[in-house]
Design a protein around this ligand. Structure first.
Ligand code: ATR
Length: 280
């Protein structure tokens, strides 16, 4: 039986076992996917023991993504760019390989919701709110797309400048106070901050200057319809929720460990939505 895991601290809230468990069951594969809680001080030992414990690989979530980046023996281009690892597996030579699938998770869901060619060239800017790890992954994903300009606004400007370093010819840090002006030419607005999440303060931005053709995305998925998405939908914007990124980032890992590429279906989505509603 092939074994995989998700490791984090805490880990009880993770929906990944439900996602991978659904794919294992519907594809009829002989595999397991378990939650593992590992404290930061034990993480390096955990990584070293993976092969002996018989794991094919697994997912890494907070707070271990940077430690997994440091501990992997080989890194994919995406992981190097983002500076964090969310997916571990062993390569052909048995080396521990770190990948980051958050970027493709975001763009795959964007494609699914808005259409693959939606982010064309010369169609306007992408405005990103926030400059943490999630923003880095979203920007890395968008940089794989046609040459749209990406503007990053963050409370702490220096972190936005660090993200602009991913590709200074296309990514620019802007002041949080300059948002009203920046969104006037936006094609896509993405919230990557934790604001709007259940238990956190709301994201306090006015959508008055956002053109109606601009789509609005949120990476927060609890609640599924964040106050930002609700306000955007009420104004007639197309909206992209945060759950799709979670579902799509799981695809490459599953394929690597279990040998079959799974599909994000409406049935899987409904399963997770039902769980989000009952257990916040
Ligand atoms: P992650 O790695 O999951 O993205 P993070 O690194 O803690 O998490 O980043 C959270 C993001 O939300 C940051 O952009 C943070 O802004 P700062 O860099 O200035 O801290 C943003 N954020 C969190 N709380 C905020 C608040 N009350 N107002 C504005 N931005 C906030």
């Amino acid at each position: 039986m092939i074994k995989a895991f998700v490791v984090g601290h805490p880990i009880a809230h993770s929906r990944s076992p439900m996602i991978h468990g659904h794919w294992l069951a519907t594809l009829g594969l002989d595999g397991s996917y378990q939650r593992i809680d590992v404290a930061p001080e034990d993480f390096a030992t955990f990584l070293r023991g993976l092969k002996a414990d018989g794991f094919a690989g697994g997912n890494v979530t907070l707070p271990h993504k940077e430690a997994a980046f440091a501990g992997a023996e080989v890194l994919t281009e995406a992981a190097r760019r983002i500076g964090a690892v969310n997916t571990l597996s062993f390569d052909g030579q048995g080396r521990l390989m770190g990948d980051n699938t958050d970027a493709v998770g975001f763009t795959a869901h964007l494609d699914e919701t808005l259409g693959r060619d939606w982010l064309g060239t010369d169609t306007g800017d992408v405005v990103i709110l926030g400059a943490g790890g999630a923003a880095r992954a979203v920007v890395a994903g968008l940089l794989e797309r046609p040459a749209t300009r990406i503007l990053v606004a963050n409370r702490t400007r220096s972190r936005a400048q660090a993200i602009a370093g991913l590709d200074p010819s296309r990514v620019e840090a802007i002041d949080w106070d300059g948002l009203d002006a920046a969104v006037r030419g936006a094609r896509l607005l993405v919230n990557t901050t934790s604001l709007g999440m259940t238990g956190k303060p709301q994201l306090d931005i006015a959508l008055d200057h956002v053109p109606v053709e601009c789509a609005v995305a949120d990476i927060v998925y609890s609640p599924l319809e964040t106050p930002l998405l609700a306000a955007a939908a009420a104004r007639g914007h197309r909206v992209v929720d945060g759950l799709g990124m979670l579902l799509h980032q799981a695809v490459p890992g599953f394929e690597r460990w279990f040998g079959t590429r799974p599909v994000v279906t409406p049935e899987l989505r409904a399963l997770i939505v039902a769980d989000l509603v009952t257990k916040r």
